[in-house]
Design a protein around this ligand. Structure first.
Ligand code: PMP
Length: 356
């Protein structure tokens, strides 16, 4: 990214952009169109609404947290008829319930779901959702902003119409680039979709009708090279083990998990704060005392949880550092945590230690 700027209409940049799209096809596991938006992930979410729907269309949204509810907000801002299957924050959406609600929401054009709900740590079983929706006629749109490249996802094999993501998560690139795969069915639906759109029109984005974010595309090229050299399966396995390590460390300290204690929850581990402890203070103490930045609870979970993210350019030593910083912050705040055991439990669960 620090190399001299390339002209965005010249052959050198086009070669890089083509390579990035090819690499992203491997990551999305999609043979469809690959779009690079100069926006954050939300731009690709919005485009997945405005490019698929017409005024007054009915859509189904299944949400279980902050980012799932964003689909509702976007669809409503376009005046769509939103059928909202709302799960409480922290719950895991049930594929059969989504399918049943879609039958009730007769004629829904699209179903919007979240793969990894970053606000809670829940990763939904999108493959099962897609299976239940087969033959329904509705297009399945998946927010994979915090899962693409970390958790297995198969756009073509699972029949996902649109998948959206962002550069700043597991694709290990600075913020500012949204990514999307668009299936042929979604592409053809966009031809008839009459919602207003301009800079986020898929046709415009796909042809780089506006100036692309050249340096970010170059950074993404390098990052995808790293990811594909590791291999998607190996990367998914690493994330699975990082999740196991983080959960094992938190439990060893005597803390209660908010996110599910299951392998699919490989993106972010949400940990409940012990009684009387404000998570916002713990987040601040971890940053100021130990230089470790973690997330707090969003929206209705503010103060109640701390979220340790473990996607992208992360190894087990990052997780153990976060656990040690959490232990220190909690102990200093007077929470009765078990000290001196979390790091050991995490390394054991990660299962990559040379044992004597
Ligand atoms: N969806 C999910 C699951 C996310 O984690 C995020 C960002 N944290 C977004 C959507 C929004 O992405 P952005 O902030 O890049 O617009």
């Amino acid at each position: 990214m620090a190399q001299p700027m390339l002209h965005h209409r010249g052959p050198d940049f086009h070669a890089i952009a083509d390579r990035v799209r090819t690499r992203l096809r491997d990551v999305f596991r999609s043979s469809g169109d690959i779009l690079l938006f100069a926006s954050s992930g939300t731009g690709a979410m919005e485009a997945a609404v405005s490019n698929l729907c017409s005024p007054g269309d009915r859509v189904l949204v299944a949400s279980a947290g902050h980012f799932g509810e964003r689909w509702v907000a976007i669809a409503r801002s376009y005046g769509l008829d939103v059928v909202h299957l709302r799960y409480a924050w922290g719950e895991t959406p049930v594929p059969d319930e989504i399918a049943a609600r879609l039958v009730e929401a007769a004629g829904a054009r699209a179903v919007y779901v979240t793969h990894s709900e970053t606000s809670t740590g829940v990763v939904a079983d999108i493959r099962a959702v897609a299976e239940r929706l087969t033959g329904s006629g509705a297009l399945l749109v998946v927010d994979a902003v915090s899962s693409l490249g970390a958790v297995p996802l198969e756009a073509d094999d699972w029949g996902l119409a649109v998948v959206v993501s962002g550069s700043q998560k597991a694709p290990m690139t600075p913020p500012g680039l949204a990514l999307s795969s668009v299936s042929p069915a979604a592409r053809s639906a966009s031809g008839a979709a009459a919602l207003p759109r301009f800079s986020l029109d898929w046709a415009r984005v796909g042809s780089f009708g506006s100036t692309p974010a050249v340096s970010l595309v170059m950074g993404l090229d390098a990052a995808l090279e790293l990811l594909l050299a590791e291999g998607l399966d190996a990367a998914a396995d690493r994330h699975r083990r990082l999740g196991r390590a983080c959960r094992a460390g938190a439990k060893a300290m005597g803390l209660e998990l908010f996110s599910p204690d299951e392998d699919r929850s490989a993106v972010v581990t949400a940990i409940r704060m012990p009684g009387g402890i404000d998570g916002r203070e713990i987040v601040r103490a971890m940053r100021e005392r130990s230089g470790v930045t973690v997330g707090g609870g969003q929206g209705e979970l503010a103060g109640q949880i701390v979220r340790i993210g473990h996607i992208g350019y992360i190894g087990v030593a990052d997780v153990t550092a976060a656990l040690a910083a959490l232990e220190l912050a909690l102990a200093e705040a007077g929470a009765g945590v078990e000290c001196g055991v979390a790091v050991d439990a995490a390394l054991e669960a990660y299962d990559e230690r040379i044992r004597a």
